[in-house]
Design a protein around this ligand. Structure first.
Ligand code: ATP
Ligand code: MG
Ligand code: MG
Length: 358
């Protein structure tokens, strides 16, 4: 591994910052990559060490992000996209990735006058964020989804996630199945969701999707508090909008963190759900097909269920994928997500009515 100052000096040199003593400090609360603000004498850029365990092929990730960036830039030039665009910066030798001893780095244009939020504390913020993801989806309406690499294959393949769960359960390599018998029975009782999903996917269009529509993957404007930019294109892949919608419901609607033990309070806040629908559907109103719109509620069910299933699988597997900070952490996360899923089910008639309004 390298000293931080040596990394800063190397990156500053390669990206042409022309600085004697560049300063590099962490920015934001991303979980996957290492994100830093690199300040030179004249300008600052965002530099990111890519997580190659999650993304074994960084070239594909950058190709995806740059293709999207170029498409959005054309839209912006035609006045059809109003948000800022995160541009990749080339090195002096015109590369977009830099291999240092400590890993693979890239540089992104720094969007100043902005901030990100990690939790959704108001319907206004939820609507602004959902609207940004809606504008992003709208601008990519005529972008051929199939030209994107599958950076993480089968990311939203629920049937495959179920297979992996069953195999992991059959092994029970850490003898934990007995400790989560109730959760196992519950999730097995819901497996028909995968068939429902498979059927619906046949009737809706494949779209270029963001696939990580959390609130801290967009930037707010410091002056107006309006949406300023959609960021974090790492998982942009061919997919279905119901997953982007569902992940907003999953990550915006509960007032509790995804590992909270206060399950009574893990609920779908209706006003936040309304704000998501309003913000996301408005820019897509002329684009969404009828079946696609009807698929959104299924997305709101599938996302908490699927991530809950993945947490439970990882718990049975001995916590190999998700970093844990306490004993039973993955089991607690699974219970939390299953509770949220159950609240979506309980409120289905109400949520369906809200969706029908827009
Ligand atoms: P995740 O855990 O969502 O996968 P990540 O590790 O991929 O996150 P990013 O979302 O790309 O990392 O960046 C982390 C944070 O850094 C963002 O939430 C934001 O606060 C800040 N950030 C990233 N890129 C920029 C930028 N171009 N301009 C300003 N801030 C940025
Ligand atoms: Mg992020
Ligand atoms: Mg990311």
């Amino acid at each position: 591994s390298m000293e931080k100052s040596a990394v800063a000096a190397q990156l500053s040199q390669q990206f042409g910052l022309e600085s004697v003593q560049p300063v590099m400090n962490p920015i934001g609360n991303g979980h996957i990559n290492t994100t830093m603000l690199l300040k030179g004498d004249k300008r600052a850029v965002v530099v990111q060490k890519l997580n190659t365990d999650v993304f074994p092929n960084p070239e594909h990730l950058v190709e995806n992000a740059r293709a999207i960036e170029q498409h959005l830039t054309e839209k912006a030039n035609n006045g059809e996209y109003r948000l800022n665009i995160i541009k990749h910066l080339p090195t002096l030798e015109n590369n977009y990735l830099v291999n240092l001893n400590d890993g693979v780095w890239r540089a992104l244009e720094f969007i100043g006058g902005s901030y990100s939020e990690d939790i959704v504390d108001s319907a206004d913020k939820a609507q602004a964020a959902a609207n940004a993801f809606g504008l992003f989806a709208k601008a990519l309406e005529d972008f051929e989804a199939r030209q994107l690499h599958h950076v993480i294959p089968d990311f939203h393949n629920l049937a495959k996630r179920i297979d992996t769960f069953e195999q992991t359960l059959a092994k029970d390599s850490h003898g934990r199945a007995a400790k989560c018998a109730a959760e196992i029975v519950f999730c097995q009782s819901q497996f028909s969701l995968a068939d429902e999903l498979q059927t619906i996917l046949k009737s809706i269009p494949l779209r270029p999707c963001h696939n990580d529509t959390k609130i801290n993957n967009m930037l707010f404007c410091s002056k107006t508090n309006q949406s300023k930019a959609v960021i974090d294109m790492d998982t942009c892949m061919p997919g279905y909008w119901l997953f982007d919608f569902g992940d907003m419901v999953r990550t915006f609607c509960s007032p509790e963190a995804e590992d909270s033990l206060n399950l009574d309070n893990v609920i779908v806040r209706e006003e936040i759900f309304s704000a998501i629908v309003k913000g996301y559907v408005e820019p897509l109103a002329d684009t969404l097909t009828e079946q696609e719109k009807q698929s959104f509620l299924l997305g709101a069910k599938v996302m908490p269920f699927m991530i809950g299933l993945r947490f439970l699988t990882d718990y049975l597997d001995g916590d190999n994928y998700f970093a844990i900070h306490r004993a039973d952490h993955n089991l607690q996360r699974a219970r939390n997500q299953f509770k949220l899923y159950q609240d979506v089910l309980a409120k289905e008639p109400l949520l369906t009515r809200i969706l029908a309004k827009y």
